[in-house]
Design a protein around this ligand. Structure first.
Ligand SMILES: Nc1nc2c(c(=O)[nH]1)N[C@H]1C(S)=C(S)[C@@H](COP(=O)(O)O)O[C@H]1N2
Ligand SMILES: [Mo]
Length: 202
């Protein structure tokens, strides 16, 4: 099993996940839930849990790093590649940002380039088990190089946008991107405009 190593300065390891649900955990009926890909795409799409489960996926081991400094060592993530999901919808060249929108009203943006990184995943399973209800069942994106608040639980929509917009925590001053290696915890420290660099589909 491939293991992704991300430097995580300023973090310490804890033995079990700390559950966060800033807006209260929604109960989700997997038969009614769906995930939409919307915004600046040529082909908007909608997937059921069953469809996502049947897709080819990726799996790897990575740490999970919360910006409040706790980390989980070596969790195993599996599910469809986020890049595959986004590319199937044929993103427009103007798409610079991706917003994850959740059933509880939580949302969080990441740069387009991070969303289509080969290691970005729509996690359906952690440690070989379907996500627990409190951990975001049915699905949550996960980007190994970004802090855990970008791993939006109970996600229902992946929305491609041209301009940056704050999500839930960003409105309180958390960073636009949240790169763990560079300790991008809060806005205003080393912030520079994040531009789409990947030449995908341009
Ligand atoms: N919908 C939603 N997703 C969320 C959050 C939240 O409050 N609501 N908290 C984020 C934060 S800050 C962290 S560290 C992780 C925690 O994941 P866990 O609750 O599975 O431990 O979820 C992230 N995703
Ligand atoms: Mo967090």
């Amino acid at each position: 099993m491939e293991k992704i190593e991300i430097k995580n300065p300023g973090q310490y390891y804890v033995n079990s996940w700390i559950i966060y649900d800033a807006l209260g955990g929604p109960a989700i009926d997997e038969n009614k839930w769906s995930l939409k890909v919307t915004g600046l795409v040529k082909k908007p799409a909608e997937y059921t849990y069953q469809e996502l489960n049947k897709m080819d996926g990726i799996e790897y081991i990575s740490d999970f790093n919360c910006v409040t400094k706790w980390s989980i060592k070596d969790a195993k993530f599996s599910g469809p590649s986020l890049k595959d999901l986004i590319m199937k919808s044929e993103p427009l060249p103007e798409a610079e940002w991706v917003m994850f929108v959740c059933a509880d009203g939580y949302d969080t943006p990441i740069p387009f380039d991070d969303a289509v990184d080969e290691k970005s995943i729509l996690a359906l399973r952690i440690d070989d088990k379907p996500l627990g209800v409190k951990h975001g069942f049915p699905a949550r994106p996960f980007m190994p190089s970004l802090y855990g608040w970008k791993s939006a639980k109970w996600v229902t929509e992946i929305k491609l946008m041209e301009k940056y917009e704050d999500g839930y925590w960003e409105a309180y001053g958390y960073h636009e991107r949240g790169k763990v290696e560079d300790e991008e915890r809060f806005k205003g420290f080393g912030w520079k405009k994040i531009k789409r660099h990947s030449e995908i589909d341009k």
